[in-house]
Design a protein. Sequence first.
Length: 299
Amino acid sequence: MDYLQDWLEKREPEISPTTYRSYKNMADHHMQAVFSDNPIREITFWFIEDYFGYLLNSGLSSTTAQHHDALLKSVFHEAHRRGIIQEDPMEYVKKPKREQAKVSYYSLEEAQRLIAEVKGTKLELPVTLSLAYGFRRSEVLGLHWEDIDFADNRISVRHALVEGVDEGKRILVEKDSMKVAASRRILPLFEPITTMLKEEWERKKALKPTFVCTDKNGQGMKPDVLTHDFKKFLADHGLRHIRYQDLRHSCASLLIAVHVPLIQVQHWLGHSTMLTTANMYAHLDTSLVDECGKGIKKI
């Protein structure tokens, strides 16, 4: 499908480097293999649905399939708008269903043990910060020292560090703009977080690091390495397995367990709406449901 490559070339100046690399990777490693040299005019909706089946059978997640769906929608919509095709087949395609995220989290006792075990290791900073603030992996790795304000006891979330693909090679990509505006937030520093950060700065300041979470040479940590090391750390220390992302869920569950208002949990985690927070975490504490019921009876 030559039109896809033409579309990518024209859009490259308009989209972020990360998005372009993602689109290019989808086009070169999956779409080209299936759509091959078929002209865009000959691609039907059932052909595209078969393509989604190919993705899922290849072991890719439904979330990844949805990313492919979004790219194909943009491509075919533009082709239809320009009159290259008379009908947009994506209007009839069944969108891949997103699998419900499996949320796991640590109890207070498990979280306390994790913090104790991780102290003094290379994982202390990212794990402790993600558990305390509910940082996403990209947020904790993208945290700059300039984002730490010891004078006013504030920590700002303004950057993200992710992995991208460039010409088949995995690279680190820093993003100075967050995908969701609500993700940019300012949170308070508190003990023992403040002391932990000051001690890390004293250890690393001679290396003049940009990022807070770095390797021994002061270079930013790679996301996949952090995920791998975290998984291995849990196994080596006899801790229950959770994903790195579940540190964020653990933070939310601990806040909800002490009855922090949901709107405050929303801002703490950087969700765009409170509905997102409610849908993901309202089930964590059934006592909250009981309280809602008591409140309704009083109305």
